[in-house]
Write a protein that binds this ligand. Sequence first.
Ligand SMILES: [Fe+2]
Length: 208
Amino acid sequence: MDPGWGGTDSTVNERGGGGETPKRNVPTLSERADEIERRQMQELGERMIGKSVLFNLANGKRIFSPRKYGVRLLMGDDSRLPPLPAKPTLLDFFRCRFDIVVQEHLLRSAALARKDGHSDKVVLACLLHDIASAGFIRADHGYWGAQLVEPYVDEDVSWAIRAHQALRFFPDASVGYEYPDLCRTMFGDDYRPGPYIVAAYMLKQRQS
Ligand SMILES: [Fe+2]
């Protein structure tokens, strides 16, 4: 019987037992994972994506994705994503690779900075400050984002991107900055930044 989801019609339980186990038509988790992987490989021209440990850490797993011997790894473009032009601009990354919510946040930040009459450096820093969250990695995104853009922007811009990671946790009345309600909502009232964040904040204070 075709179970309708493209997998096998299993009548045994996850441990392989039969006998007294009632018959079922519902695929097990591992069967569903295999089926998703099979479809994904078809979409990718019978190649598989070798996922990094970092990718799997997001799901609490400390593993590389298991290799399937005899199957080639995808080394070129991922056909599931919108294609980038041969010489992509920053706007192309916004359009084709970045998370839509973070895109809007970045564009709004830059627009507000421009409206308030800030310098081009500040506008650019606002446009790029969450670039790591938008397309790469969320945790400690200021440090990652600064490294991504460092070769291409003025050092004041990358400094600001790195600094916003730590400074956002510390209210500063001298510039009218209060601890954001959004941080309370996202991290909880009891959240305290780690020692490395505090150290980065202290360093920035000495530099300014
Ligand atoms: Fe941020």
